[in-house]
Design a protein. Structure first.
Length: 247
């Protein structure tokens, strides 16, 4: 499937002005087929209970089993951050300026994800039995996973080693963070080493699109999403949103 999508993208390479949009649509189609059915693909803005919001995000992977977007109009949606599993920024040409824009958007998304409000199962041990009780509100502080996928790159070197080194240099800034970057034309993928600084990357100079899919799928295995606690989004009597809920 990854090879098929690469072939489709290759036939469209001459259409420079449409590369980003075409790549976005092809990737959306592939993700729709490979992701677990509890996830859906959309485009739009991510919001948090405190009223803060992200810029427009190209691809949002969200939970469509327990939750749904709050609003969907003209193909764009409003996603509570609690529902979002991962985001993908799609670029026709990735250069340093475009990468910095993506990193700024990711910083916003990660800040939104610091307070995610859920209603979670409440299981109590009584004697030799586990008894389900009334679900309880909890907060989680694990932000969504974030990726950049580009049709081509400029300024990151001619070899994969150069690419990874230059990415690492940018990601040395402690305020930066990303889970992976894929360059379709070069077939490269570089990803963050788990539990290490963002500048510590692994990757391959071939099979980049497959590596990207693999990283995305592995990331979903350990990412828990529960039904959203909508009370956190409702205003208190004084008109402020209820974001003081304790875990």
């Amino acid at each position: 499937m990854a090879r098929q999508s690469r072939d489709e993208l290759s036939t469209l390479m001459p259409h420079m002005g449409e590369r980003g949009r075409i790549a976005e649509e092809i990737i959306k189609g592939i993700l729709t087929r490979i992701l677990p059915k509890r996830f859906s693909i959309g485009t739009g803005v991510i919001i948090a209970a405190n009223g803060e919001a992200s810029p427009q995000i190209d691809i949002v992977i969200y939970d469509n089993f327990h939750n749904a977007p709050l609003l969907s109009e003209f193909g764009a949606c409003l996603f509570p951050v609690e529902t979002v599993s991962a985001t993908i920024e799609v670029k026709s040409l990735l250069n340093k300026a475009e990468f910095e824009k993506s990193l700024a958007a990711i910083r916003t998304i990660r800040k939104l994800g610091e307070q995610r409000h859920y209603i979670v199962p409440n299981l109590v041990v009584e004697g030799d039995r586990v008894v389900p009780k009334e679900p309880v509100p909890k907060t989680r502080d694990v932000p969504p996973r974030n990726y950049v996928l580009a049709f081509a790159q400029d300024g990151f070197g001619k070899t994969f080693a150069d690419f990874k080194q230059r990415l690492s240099a940018i990601l040395g800034n402690p305020e930066t963070f990303i889970h992976g970057v894929c360059i379709l034309k070069d077939d490269w993928f570089a990803g963050r080493v788990a539990h290490k600084p963002a500048s510590e990357l692994y990757g391959w100079g071939k099979d980049g699109l497959m590596r990207f899919y693999t990283s995305l799928l592995k990331g979903h295995r350990n990412y828990t999403i529960h039904p959203i606690d909508l009370n956190a989004y409702l205003p208190d009597d004084d008109g402020a949103t209820n974001t003081a809920r304790k875990p």
